[in-house]
Design a protein around this ligand. Structure first.
Ligand code: KIV
Length: 277
């Protein structure tokens, strides 16, 4: 018999049912240990393709591969017990056809055990989202600023700051919801547009640089912990881990150079042999 209390993981349906209720708390994680911490406080853990920039120092998320997502998705599943784990589909793994998307998503779900996937795009991805959902893949959408399109949009600028630009963004959000997504990330849009999309959709909106009126919020963990050197305006820093890590590493380096580490508590003494007679 298991000695640990059985913990039931949240599902995409549980998150879908939270529309208009208590705000959904989401953060990214790419590692087992941070996933364990995030899991105790969040409803959703996103294994975001931002891992390409955060873990690997890439300039954009475009070079991220399916293998990178699967490896970190597995780590996060091992480290968490309760939150819904959503794995991001990387650029190039789902856009060319519905069949390509299903094959990639099925691989991610089988190999990581995650409960849902996320993909970027609005109206042009709606048919694919419907195809996936009808075949058992819970999909979280992502509209507004879609970082995988950086090479066509040209910059990571906020979207919809002029009212004339709202209709296509609203149409994207509606298309994703109508296609059967259980929730949608709305990234870097003007605040009134974020609130308006949230009010219009029947599924939860998860805001990042959008609006407090969204049904939930998400941030990149390393950004809010103060570990990322540059962060967008919408990030609030809840910690300053960069300076603490720097101080710890400097302390270690000084101790090693002074031969004061390892100290007596950090080495193994010989076993004391019982004396004869
Ligand atoms: O990749 C990511 O971390 C994301 C979030 C910023 C929503 O897509």
């Amino acid at each position: 018999m298991s000695t640990q209390a059985e913990v039931k993981r949240l599902t995409a349906s549980d998150i879908r049912a939270r529309k208009g209720g208590t705000p959904i708390v989401a953060l990214t994680s790419y590692h087992a240990h941070t996933a364990g911490i995030v899991d105790r406080h969040c409803d959703v853990i996103l294994v975001g393709d931002s891992l390409g920039m955060v873990m690997h120092g890439l300039e954009t998320t475009v070079p991220v591969t399916l293998e990178m997502m699967i490896l970190q998705g597995l780590a996060v599943m091992r480290g968490s017990r309760r939150a819904l784990v959503v794995v991001d589909m990387p650029f190039g793994s789902y856009e060319s056809s519905r069949e390509q998307a299903f094959a990639s998503c099925a691989r991610v779900m089988k190999e990581t055990g995650c409960g849902a996937i996320k993909l970027e795009g609005g109206r042009h991805m709606a048919e694919t989202i419907r195809f996936l959902v009808e075949r058992g893949v819970p999909v979280m959408g992502h509209v507004g600023l879609t970082p995988q399109s950086i090479n066509t949009i040209g910059s990571f600028r906020a979207q919809g700051r002029d009212e004339k630009d709202w209709p296509p963004i609203e149409a994207d959000a509606r298309a994703v919801a109508d296609a059967g997504a259980f929730a949608v990330v709305v990234e870097a849009v003007a605040e009134p547009l974020g609130a308006r999309i949230s009010a219009a959709l029947a599924i939860p909106t998860i805001g990042i640089g959008a609006s407090a009126a969204c049904d939930g919020q998400i941030l990149v963990l390393e950004d809010m912990l103060g570990l990322s050197p540059r962060v967008p305006k919408f990030v609030k820093r809840y910690g300053e881990l960069g300076p603490s890590i720097e101080a710890a590493v400097a302390g270690y380096a000084a101790d090693v150079r002074a031969r004061s580490f390892p100290g007596p508590d950090n080495v193994y003494p010989m076993r004391v042999k019982p004396s004869k007679g």
